[in-house]
Design a binder for this molecule. Structure first.
Ligand code: 3EB
Length: 318
């Protein structure tokens, strides 16, 4: 029997109540206004939402969930699925590179001790992601440390991922993941070079992620951060509308590459990360027109290439 995909949804309500529901694997609250719930499954994500009050993201599985903490790592597991999260302060761990290395070493060690060893999806949020020139840019330092910390963990192929710059506590690195006790299938985008093959101009260490991951039962596709990149090159510099159109074309190409029907629907929660607060209203309007009825969480976040204005990730259920 293949594991049924977790149900990912955006809801209004009280995180403390949602955490107590049977089958809740993770509850994510967005922005600085979130009150922490004393449960390893509740995570405050340092990205501000353009909605007030901000919806809560909920991950639910079919069955009871156990949870715990190991040092600064928190986790929850149930029905063959695992949520794990780590938050580290860069000031104590040697900046973006050393901190990413430590985060990935710890996640590797923990997941390696579990039956849910197949990482499907990773989210990475760091501050001031575009600060620094060329190879010294903080995102590139993060990529260096991430690759070292991963070691051979993903020798068989990288999970799907997102890496976004937050505007929260400057030194906070947050990494969280979804893993399963059965393997998924990686999906690449024929319109884009695989990220791990990006040429040297994008940094010493190419980003280590797959464009998407089809979950074990092929009942859902976990879609990585997707932007206006064609081949390896950023397209439509400074043109928000053209970047949005290109990003949607990339998302559609991914669905086709995964063998899924075209389009998104009311069950397919997406996130749109917007660099400039002033662009949020336009992005919302654009996505409402092009993807009517699709739940989109609009978040303030910096894309890892400074010329990119918007990035979209999320889920498509089969
Ligand atoms: C891109 O396509 C845009 O470093 O984990 C997207 C998703 C991006 C994940 C990562 C980076 C990452 O290259 C940036």
């Amino acid at each position: 029997m293949q594991r049924r995909a977790p149900r990912i949804s955006y809801r209004m309500g009280d995180a403390a109540d949602i955490v107590r529901e049977v089958g809740t694997l993770a509850v994510l609250g967005f922005g600085s206004g979130v009150t922490e719930v004393d449960d390893p499954r509740h995570l405050r994500v340092p990205l501000e939402s353009f909605d007030a009050p901000a919806p809560i993201e909920v991950w639910q599985v079919d069955g009871p969930v156990s949870q715990g903490t190991v040092d600064v790592l928190r986790w929850a597991a149930g029905a063959g699925w695992l949520f794990a999260a780590i938050e580290l302060d860069e000031r104590h761990h040697g900046g973006p590179s050393g901190t990413a290395q430590l985060a990935y070493e710890q996640l590797h060690r923990f997941v390696g001790s579990r039956s849910e060893q197949h990482v499907m999806r990773l989210w990475n949020y760091l501050g001031a992601i575009n600060q620094g020139e060329d190879d010294a840019e903080r995102y590139k330092q993060f990529c260096d440390g991430r690759a070292i910390g991963m070691g051979d963990f993903f020798a068989g192929g990288f999970p799907a991922a997102t890496a976004i710059g937050h505007n929260g506590p400057r030194h906070l690195l947050q990494v969280y993941l979804l893993a399963c006790d059965q393997p998924g299938s990686r999906v690449e985008n024929p319109r884009q070079i695989s990220a791990w093959r990006y040429p040297r101009q994008y940094g010493r260490t190419p980003p280590s992620f797959a464009r998407a991951m089809s979950l074990p039962a092929h009942d859902a596709l976990a879609i990585s951060g997707t932007a206006a990149i064609i081949g390896h090159a950023s397209a439509h510099e400074d043109d928000l509308e053209a970047q949005l159109i290109e990003t949607l074309a990339n998302l559609e190409a991914l669905l086709a590459s995964a063998g899924m029907a075209a389009g998104f629907d009311t069950q397919s929660p997406l996130k749109a990360y917007v660099r400039h607060p002033g662009d949020a209203a336009y992005v919302r309007e654009f996505l409402q027109q092009r993807l009517p009825g699709v739940p989109v969480l609009l978040l303030l976040g910096d894309i890892c290439r400074s010329e990119l204005l918007v990035e979209i990730d999320g889920w498509r259920y089969a």
